[in-house]
Design a protein around this ligand. Sequence first.
Ligand code: GUN
Length: 281
Amino acid sequence: MAQLIDGKQISKEIKDELKEKVAALKAQGIEGAMAVIQVGEDPASSVYVNNKKKACEYIGIRSESYELAESTSEQELLDLIERLNNDPKINGILCQLPVPAHMDENKIIRAIAPEKDVDGFHTQNVGALVVGQKGFVSCTPAGVIQLLKRSGIEIAGKHCVVVGRSNIVGKPMSLLMLKEHATVTICHSRTSDLQAVCKQADILIVAVGKPKMITADYVKEGAVVIDVGIHRQENGKLCGDVDFEQVEPIARAITPVPGGVGPMTIAMLMNNCVQAMTGEA
Ligand code: GUN
């Protein structure tokens, strides 16, 4: 039986640690506030945004909500971001993605001041990660590192295979594993014989967005398997990119879906917010 990597528990531990840190900062007169922007009313985005605001409340950071109509112009959004960039009371700015099609997502991300970019999406923060300098790190991959470390899984020297090369997960994930001294292979939709490459992994991290794509044939006996995917199945249940029932018996450790990587994203967002307050990032 594989060790179950409990993201719900680990994310709670992290949020509780941050809550204490925020209380200590408050005692020194340092208070934090995060601006959360949502453009339009996409129901999934509304759920994420609400959870982010609730997490702020839990750890003791004030959140300011900006709910803009779908018809908002790109310039209006850029003006709001500029105002928040210049507001000394605001430490962190988050614009929930996706933005409506009439906006240039990259332009919006670049408009956020890098020192307030708690999502870690700005090219300056991504560049800092590449060269190993201080900066905000994308929350989901940062959460995976915490899951591994807090579950006692050694990374240095291990062969890590990352499946997926997105800007938000795959690329920063690979750089973070490299920083932890893993030997890293990045796979994607054009990788030849993906199955054979995955089967070499000591640590297999999957972020492809395809339900149950990774079956037992992709996994080496005793591997650690991290599943970043989340999908609603026809029967209403959630599943990941990994076929859990097949893979769990051969893995040494595995993240469940739900309750694995998912809860870590918000915990690490809160970590970035606290770093924004202290100027650590
Ligand atoms: N949309 C999906 N995931 C994210 C995220 O981590 N941050 C933001 N801002 N938008 C998202």
